[in-house]
Ligand binder design. Structure first.
Ligand SMILES: [Zn+2]
Length: 124
């Protein structure tokens, strides 16, 4: 079952809030650690979409970076009207799962199958 417009807008709000929190977090890291590595900077500059994000995105590391990418992807899917559809099996992701993890790209069945294969990112 597709999400209603109202549900989609609710998830957009939640995702934007999560995104903002991640950026705030990165900003605090930036402020407490002003020593920049020039190599680091040039590696990732191409991927950033704006100057504002360039300042922060290369400070995001590991799990935060991973989460940010998923939030951006989920927001893009909202724009395209395909949010809440599993990337693997193309079935709707349950609303309960989206409420727990609005950035989740996979339904719970596909996620569990993936975890059995990889066991790397245990949490999505
Ligand atoms: Zn699936």
């Amino acid at each position: 079952m597709a999400l209603t417009k109202a549900q989609q807008e609710k998830f957009r709000q939640i995702l934007n809030e999560k995104r903002k929190n991640l950026i705030d977090q990165a900003q605090r890291t930036l402020e407490s650690d002003m020593v920049l590595s020039p190599d680091d900077r040039f590696d990732e500059v191409d991927q950033a979409s704006s100057e504002y994000m360039q300042a922060f995105s290369f400070r995001l590391r590991g799990r935060e970076r991973f989460l940010m990418d998923k939030i951006d992807l989920a927001l893009r899917k909202l724009d395209e009207g395909i949010y809440g559809i599993c990337e693997e099996c193309e079935e709707p992701i349950s609303i309960k799962r989206l409420q727990a993890r609005p950035e989740a790209p996979l339904c719970i069945q596909c996620k569990e199958a993936q975890e059995r294969e990889e066991a790397v990112y245990a949490e999505d």
